[in-house]
Design a protein around this ligand. Structure first.
Ligand code: CU
Length: 444
């Protein structure tokens, strides 16, 4: 049995015309020609460097800054009612719309791009640093960054900046400022990775055989649970990795909250109810629930050892904040065990690592393959809807007719003729294998 994602918590407007007539085609990064890959890289740097007004003036209304996507992910994750993008089947649906917006922006910058590329983690699972992998000069750079704070200093996104001002993130910022998760004490100005190490324990970038295994479950809730760690999450933990917050920080290898895995990294737990024994449903980050007190480390001049959120309650717990009957209460990892995590590992601001987008396009490819395998369950595949234990398991943003991104950042511009905010139902009806503005070169 795989471990659940809760380990990591411890984790257009006008559609641009594509070069080829008809649908966009999403291909694996390594199958692109050097010129095609260069176009994608250049467009992402353009999105990184230009402000919104200048980008729109040059490239039209589908342009979006790279950091606006980071901010959107931060805001969706920290929605006050629930994480609006993770921890239930909402995960594959919200990220499908999110990636489509990203693709729209990419193609607005350069219409020669055929579609947002994906990274198939499977060939890299056994040996991520291999020469034919993506953690090379030609692609994403090393998976253990060579900079003094594990900054990635090579590859096509070398010295990729993390926004110093958390503009657009609706008040959320890292502990040292900047556009990172509000529990992150990572102070590097650039994207960081300490791949292969999570709390001193080796971890890979994904489990290759689980891809096929996770195509089997019929119910979308079971499918989500299946992919959550081995197919989706490991790339986040395994690529981001972690490192001690200060010299001689004690390792935490104990069983802190019922998990066998070491829980030392940025794992602050989460609170919610255990949905139908599938460990699915909606969750609230303890920081939203008032269970953590977090310092402003820059303003207070705190060094790494002291720059960490502290438990607001004596028992370091966080119970009773979800609606209904919260049968599932996670203990917050004690601050002394909290490590710094690489950007891909931060569950709230992981789009700071450009690999995020390629990995999540691949997750969307998995979702498309799963939908094809289970056409008999179309159009909605058992997706939770209002009335199905809605009150005690899912919050409204996770339901079929909810609003993607909820009220804090609804998605209004993924499809060219979209009227009003997108719902999960819209995603099923309008962004499927036969209806999406894109297709994959292969679903295998
Ligand atoms: Cu996400």
């Amino acid at each position: 049995m795989g471990c659940h994602l809760l380990r990591w918590l411890s984790l257009a407007c006008a559609a641009a015309a594509s070069a080829t007539a008809g649908r966009r085609v999403r291909r694996e990064v390594r199958s692109l020609s050097a010129a095609e890959w260069g176009d994608v890289v250049d467009a992402m740097w353009t999105m990184k460097r230009l402000g919104q007004a200048e980008g729109e003036a040059r490239y039209g209304p589908a342009f979006r800054t790279y950091d606006s996507f980071v901010a959107q992910h931060v805001v969706a994750s920290l929605n006050a009612k629930c994480d609006a993008a993770h921890f239930s089947p909402i995960f594959v649906v919200w990220h499908r719309a999110f990636e489509l917006q990203f693709e729209n922006a990419l193609l607005a910058v350069n219409g020669n791009i055929s579609g947002a590329p994906y990274w198939d983690y499977r060939p890299d699972a056994d040996d991520p640093g291999r020469p034919g992998g993506v953690f090379t000069d030609k692609y994403l750079g090393d998976w253990v960054g060579q900079g003094p704070g594990f900054e990635v200093t090579n590859g096509r996104f070398a010295d990729w900046p993390v926004a110093a001002a958390a503009d657009g993130a609706q008040g959320w910022r890292g502990l040292y400022g900047g556009l990172r998760g509000p529990m992150s004490m990572n102070r590097s100005p650039n994207a960081t990775r300490n791949g292969g190490t999570m709390c001193g324990v080796p971890v890979g970038v994904g489990n290759a055989s689980w891809w096929a295994a996770c195509l089997e479950p019929d119910d979308i809730r079971d499918m989500h649970l299946c992919i959550d760690y081995e197919v989706h999450g490991m790339a986040h933990f395994g690529v981001g990795g972690g490192w001690p917050r200060y010299a001689h920080q004690p390792p935490a290898t104990g069983n802190i909250s019922g998990n066998a895995a070491p829980l030392c990294a940025s794992f602050y737990g989460m609170v919610g109810s255990r949905g139908e024994d599938r460990q699915l449903g909606s969750y609230v980050y303890p920081i939203n629930a008032g269970c953590l007190d977090c310092p402003d480390c820059a303003a207070e001049g705190l060094d790494e050892a002291d720059c960490v959120c502290a438990c607001a309650r004596d028992d370091c717990g966080c119970g009773g904040v979800w609606t209904g009957d919260p049968a599932y209460v996670e203990t917050i990892v004690a601050p002394e065990y909290v490590q710094v995590v690489g950007d891909m590992y931060d569950p709230i601001s992981s789009p700071n690592d450009p690999l995020f987008f390629f990995h999540h396009v691949n997750m969307d490819r998995f979702f498309m393959a799963w939908q094809r395998t289970h056409r008999d369950a179309a159009p909605h595949y058992g997706f939770p809807r209002a009335g199905v234990k809605a009150d005690d398991v899912y919050c409204a943003a996770h339901l079929l007719d909810g609003v993607l991104g909820d009220d804090s950042w609804p998605i209004r511009d993924a499809l060219p003729d979209q009227a009003g905010p997108l719902s999960p139902r819209d995603v099923f009806d309008r962004i499927g294998e036969d209806t999406a503005p894109y297709e994959y070169d292969t679903l295998d």
